[in-house]
Design a protein around this ligand. Structure first.
Ligand code: SF4
Length: 323
């Protein structure tokens, strides 16, 4: 059975170790297959997740408490009939207290129980260890490839990892005189990838994809320091310590992670990618400007897939100002 995840902070390894198939929901073919009318003030991503869960009643969907939109989306999905196959994972917002880690641990246990009810099998330490090692190796290879890869093909390689748990290499970008850019924000789905080509045609290149579906999603690091490390503890420490996102309070990990990458890749401007109705990312623009001293372009995901003429114009103008 497929289990669709609305966040990279839900361990795919945990689902695979139960014998089920984890998938990043934003990579699903039906996710953006039609234009969703925007309900006033509702994030298009959260809305798409609710509609997707209604269409794919043969699969499970794991929502999270990342934001009110997704939490309410879960409630709406229950009204849509998803009571048996949808799950709400409580992600701790405050991460600096020991209680937060215990909450994450208990949520993993609760998710495990849900996976068993879906037909998954009990996890064995060897099975979990095998998945952790495999995923850690792929993440390491993708992270190593990130700085020099073609932006589009790197996005495809991460999507393939988040869909199949497999590694596919991304070829290096062609050298040339370009303006180095970072894209920071929420999920940047395959329907939006044409924007990367728009940037390249304008003379820019994304050297840091810090969206939820890009390099930032590869942060969890589940490494075994010793042979007798308990796999569940490795999973817990790797994920709980690897949540690099806008929603935790404080969200200093996000800035600590961005800073050395922006500097070493000589980024000249940041595209802040956010969905309509996503106040979390939108509100981050002044802090990003102030923290890094870089120009920030707020780019709103349209509810329709593809690169809209308005988005194309704004990206072209942004790159021009940085040349
Ligand atoms: S994009 Fe923003 S509003 Fe939408 S689900 Fe993610 S955090 Fe919530």
């Amino acid at each position: 059975m497929e289990v669709f995840l609305t966040s990279p902070w839900i361990p795919a390894e945990w689902i695979r170790a139960h014998g089920l198939e984890p998938r990043a929901i934003w990579s699903a073919p039906q996710f953006w297959s039609r234009t969703f009318p925007l309900s006033a003030g509702v994030c298009a991503f959260a809305e798409a997740a609710v509609k997707f869960s209604g269409v794919r009643s043969d699969a499970a969907v794991v929502f999270t408490t990342t934001c009110d939109q997704l939490r309410r989306g879960f409630d709406a999905s229950l009204l849509n009939g998803g009571g048996r196959t949808n799950f709400l994972f409580n992600l701790p917002v405050v991460w600096q207290s020991p209680i937060a880690k215990e909450l994450y641990r208990s949520e993993l246990d609760r998710l495990g129980q849900f996976l068993l009810e879906l037909g998954g099998h009990p996890v064995t330490p060897e099975g979990l260890r095998r998945e952790l090692l495999r995923y850690a190796e792929i993440r390491k290879r993708l992270r190593a490839a990130a700085p020099s890869s073609s932006a589009r093909q790197f996005a495809e390689a991460v999507a393939s990892f988040q869909w199949e748990g497999a590694f596919s290499s991304a070829p290096a970008a062609a050298p040339g005189k370009t303006v180095s850019l970072a894209i920071v924000g929420g999920p940047f789905c395959s329907a939006h990838w044409p924007l990367l080509e728009v940037l390249e045609a304008a003379g820019g290149r994304v050297v840091l994809n810090a969206t939820e579906s890009g390099e930032r999603s590869l942060c969890p690091s589940c490494e075994f320091a010793a042979d007798n490390d308990e796999p569940f503890e490795v999973l817990l420490n790797g994920y709980f310590g690897g949540i690099v996102d806008v929603f935790p309070r404080p969200n200093t990990r996000l800035y600590t992670w961005l800073r050395p990458r922006l500097r070493s890749r000589e980024v000249r401007g940041i595209v802040l990618w956010h969905f309509t109705g996503c106040d979390l990312w939108r509100a981050e623009a002044p802090s990003l400007r102030e923290a890094f001293g870089l120009p920030v372009l707020l780019l709103e995901a349209e509810e329709a897939p593809g690169a809209s003429p308005r988005a194309v114009n704004r990206l072209q103008a942004f790159v021009e100002t940085l040349k």
